[in-house]
Design a protein around this ligand. Sequence first.
Ligand code: PMP
Length: 312
Amino acid sequence: MTELKNEKRYIYFKGEIMPEEDAKISILSPAVQYGVNVFAGIRCYFNKEFNQLYAFRLEDHVERLLNSAKILRFNLDQKINFEYIKYNLLKVIKANDFREDIYVRITLLLDGRGNWSSTEPIELIISPFPKARAFVDKDGITACITTWERINDKTLPPRVKAGGNYLNSRLGQLEATSNGYDSAIFLNQEGKVAEGPGSCLFVIRKDKIITPPVTASILESITRQSVITITSNILNIDVIERPIDRTELYIADEMFLCGTAIEITPVLCIDKIYVNNKIVGRITNKLRDIYFQIVRNTSTANLPNEWLSPIY
Ligand code: PMP
């Protein structure tokens, strides 16, 4: 597995490209002590035919990163904007000369010796590393409804992609794996379906594609947005954004989780109830097929490629 290779990797930190092990932050920083950071996770897909690596929806990821920093009142250096981040992201990937699928973690963290309410100094890290496709060895996954409730906009906003939010994800995921499931699905404070620990959820019932709205205590997922665009523009099916009950999952014809890391992953069993007899459904299959053609720019059908930023 490429992810385990222990080769020298270069990252961007404090205005420089440097070996990953040389980047240092204070052990007393609020980032270390209280988990004060926001981050983005972007996949770049390698196309062998064109010898090209494409970052998928870079601009949208950076916009969400900067919005997360804004909500948490990070006092960012004026120069930290989309152009600056893109410039350094290209530079650091080129320094590593990756010619395979990778994932890029961009982090804004609170360094220095302040506390959890400090607003500076904020440091930027851009760290690319090889990453294989999600769940390649399985057709789909099993999930359960976790007993942990999803965080919400009145306490810890799920719209913010902050490291601290993932303690909630951690509780749900570890409960699920310790009970033998691959993943968890959270309900929100209204008892409606929210999202997975690191993914959003879609169900298909009688050819209708349904997903919780962005006000249902979810991250405003970029893959969710891509799925909505692909289904309406290419499959000609409109996605319905509405609250979803837990029991609707039990009678869904198809269900999948989506996210940058998990991509489009079918859920074939929920709370030990099979979905479509554990067979990946027709719409999910089609959607996944189109998604992978778009992200890797391999389409022969002229699918849109404005979401791709070529690296080389
Ligand atoms: N929800 C949560 C909690 C996540 O961590 C992620 C992964 N970033 C997603 C949804 C999916 O978001 P995206 O499609 O932007 O990766």
